[in-house]
Design a protein around this ligand. Sequence first.
Ligand code: COA
Length: 249
Amino acid sequence: MTDAILQQRERGLLILQLNRPDKKNALTRAMYTQLAEALERADADPAISAVVIQGSTECFTAGNDIGDFLEQPPSDLDSPPFHFMNSLLNCRKPVIAAVAGAAVGIGTTLLLHCDLVYVSRDARLRMPFVNLGLCPEFGSSLILPRLLGHAKAAQLLLLGEGFSGEQAAAWGIATEALASGDAAVAKAREIALRFDTLGPGAVQVTKQLMKSVDREQLRQVIEEEGALFTQRLRSPEAIAALSGFMARH
Ligand code: COA
């Protein structure tokens, strides 16, 4: 385990911290694998009652590492980003996200699959998939229009417009918006520790019930999005946009 993912235990809580500050916590293949394996271990460990995923007080994550997308684009649904998202989707324990600063691409998408999401009011969320020649991923093309209506979801997915933590909470993408700095992390940890005092059986059955209604449709959409996303990564549109980002940095 490298220190790009820090793991900390606090009673029954596992805290997974994205820790690649020089690259705004952009997620590499190795980081996805570490996150996936940590979630799988947490799921199987009866001593763990909840998991927190957080970045720093300045940045949650700039999304997938763009260099990785160019050099080793995921080719199938077993590749590291899919492994991580499947572990998140399959985790029976509550997963709580704490977001401050930028949450871009998969950094916003993954929030749609967490159980509770605490954000700084001034957090900056964005899914610039179309802007990068790509398409939505991991169910966002299903979940966001349902949550926000087509017109508002189109603003986020077709135009790739950014939005604040305050808006995320108002729209139901986040649970609560808090002051900037470490308030979101502090709240996420405080709330996550409550699961230590709740019966794990009741918590898990409730989560399962809440997720089971859409499970089959979500699985189909994720598969369709995944196939299109991996194709699009190899398209001239995406290669030009991703190379443009790398050239500017
Ligand atoms: N992949 C790889 N490297 C990334 C990255 C990414 N997704 N996002 C940021 N970085 C790197 C930059 O290349 C830069 O590296 P350098 O210092 O070696 O040049 C460093 O992180 C700092 O980024 P910078 O853009 O200067 O920081 P900022 O504070 O001005 O902006 C962001 C932060 C997150 C808003 C901005 O970096 C950004 O938009 N990143 C791209 C996010 C993206 O499109 N992700 C979606 C992928 S599907």
